[in-house]
Design a protein around this ligand. Structure first.
Ligand code: UGA
Length: 456
């Protein structure tokens, strides 16, 4: 096989491109943003993701990753083209597929032999069908350009690991040729996994599945639905446990123990039962809204997901209620916010709870002091008009003179804060823990009033 193309070098595309290089392929990465191309070509990761810079440095040297801003050149260089462009949200909740359509037109215009267009972007069911139509309308016949769907399940903050250790590989294909090409590409990954029939416990999610069973071959629509269903199901788990947390607060139960009791049932599993301020990020909230929209379009009443979204939207207000409960009046008080990223391990703030909590605090008249180990710049860029907030150098600096400290992201460095040192800097000893990150006994022993979610 000649080079493999990865179109779009964002949070999915760049880890994918580098992981393909890591398992031995020569890759041409393409992005329409010249700044991004220049950075990657220079060996600089354009965003923070653990292990990404190291992998980029390695393959900057190995020469296995080439980068370009030219889609035409990319199409000509490779037979297999992974499409990893963004699919942002339109005002009505649907996914904006204009970047996908643009790429399909360009592929049709510049194709020079057999091509396999592999949709890795999260797109609504039947998008592949539309890509096929665009390709043929703009001159690329089905005999020449085929379409496949190969959704990505990586989590930000763990992206490189997830691409190199997939818990499943879903191949939505329409021909043996497409299946063979994709299997060949992933073969080095599969070869690292234990053979079928071997007893294995291999990944961090505790899934014990042999290599052969991790590849699921389906039609295009099924592969598309697997991706959207997975994200919506994860979102459902989080909103479910958040409702349980609210019930725990009213009844004296402890949500962390309820979650443990639930999670030990292998049919439920322990992951994504962490209660708190709810889910953010560029995927779960947006994908769920797009899924609701698709269901509506197909006249399927998916009110379950509408409830999941509504529960999540109310979580930031639950933090505000807890702050009001602790402080009574917020106006004039200083609140330290620890954690701006939507989750640890990333500088990504898209749909992060911080984007709603900080303006809510300011509009109630609080002074706000902010700290995040990696997401200060991205937060400032996302909130350019936020003049009143103070950006701080550390968690301790943020807590200086604070009447309450709010934890919004479960960074490891917040879990291991020196609570006695923190106690020495605050004006009032109140912690509102939006992620149930801290140990209640330790926080109380350090002299704080501790407010968390669903724990007595
Ligand atoms: C999510 C999915 O987990 C990935 O499998 C998928 O590939 C990705 O979307 C995507 O579609 O690209 P990601 O957005 O990186 O990954 O973040 P998650 O780890 O799913 O976390 C999402 C949010 O849920 C975060 O704000 C996190 O703090 C929150 N969360 C997670 C909870 O509130 N409670 C939990 O128990 C777990």
């Amino acid at each position: 096989m000649n080079e493999i193309a990865v179109i779009g070098l964002g949070h999915v595309g760049l880890p994918t491109a580098l992981s393909l290089a890591e398992i031995g392929w020569r890759v041409v990465g393409m992005d329409s943003a010249p700044d991004r191309v220049a950075m990657v070509a220079d060996g600089q990761a354009p965003f923070y993701e653990p292990g990404l810079q190291e992998l980029l440095t390695t393959h900057h040297r190995s020469g296995r990753l080439a980068v370009t801003a030219s889609l035409a050149e990319t199409v000509r260089r490779a037979e297999v083209l992974f499409v990893c462009v963004s699919t942002p949200q339109l005002p009505d909740g649907a996914a904006d597929l204009s970047a996908v359509e643009h790429v399909a037109r360009e592929i049709a215009a510049h194709t020079n032999g057999h091509k396999l267009v592999v949709d890795k972007s999260t797109t609504p069911v039947r998008t592949a069908e539309r890509i096929k139509r665009v390709l043929s309308r703009y001159g690329a016949g089905a005999h020449q350009v085929e379409v496949a769907v190969n959704p990505e399940f990586l989590q930000e903050g763990n992206a490189v690991h997830d691409v190199l250790h997939p818990d499943r590989i879903v191949l939505g294909v329409e021909s043996d040729r497409a299946r063979a090409l994709l299997t060949e590409i992933y073969r080095p990954l599969l070869d690292r996994l234990p053979a079928p029939g071997q007893c294995v416990v291999c990944d961090r999610r505790g899934i014990s599945t042999a290599a052969g069973e991790r590849v699921i071959t389906t039609n295009l629509e099924t592969a598309e639905l697997i991706k959207h269903s997975a994200n919506s199901f994860l979102a459902t788990k989080i909103s479910f446990i958040n409702m349980i947390a609210d019930l725990c607060e009213q009844t004296g139960a402890d949500v962390t123990q309820v979650a443990r009791g639930l999670g030990l049932d292998p049919r439920i599993g322990p992951q994504f039962l962490g209660a708190g301020v709810g889910f953010g990020g560029s995927c779960l909230p947006k994908d769920m809204r797009a899924f609701i929209r698709i269901a509506d379009d197909h006249r399927v009443d998916f009110s379950l997901l509408k409830a999941v979204a509504a529960v999540n939207e109310g979580r930031v207000e639950r933090v505000m209620e807890k702050l009001r409960g602790a402080l009574w009046i917020i106006r004039g008080k200083t609140v330290a916010v620890l954690g701006l990223a939507f989750k640890p391990g990333t500088d990504d703030v898209r749909e992060a709870p911080s984007l709603r909590l900080v303006p809510a605090l300011l509009s109630e008249g609080a002074h706000v002091r902010l700290f995040d180990p990696h997401a200060m710049d991205t937060f400032a860029a996302a909130m350019p008009d936020l003049k009143q907030a103070t950006y701080c150098r550390s968690a301790y600096d943020a807590a200086e003179g604070a009447h309450a400290v709010v934890v919004l992201t479960e960074w490891e460095e917040f879990r291991t804060l020196d609570l006695h040192r923190l106690r020495g800097t605050v004006a009032l000893p109140i912690i509102v823990d939006g992620r149930n990150l801290l140990d209640p006994a330790a926080v109380r022993a350090a002299g704080f009033d501790y407010v968390s979610f669903g724990r007595p």
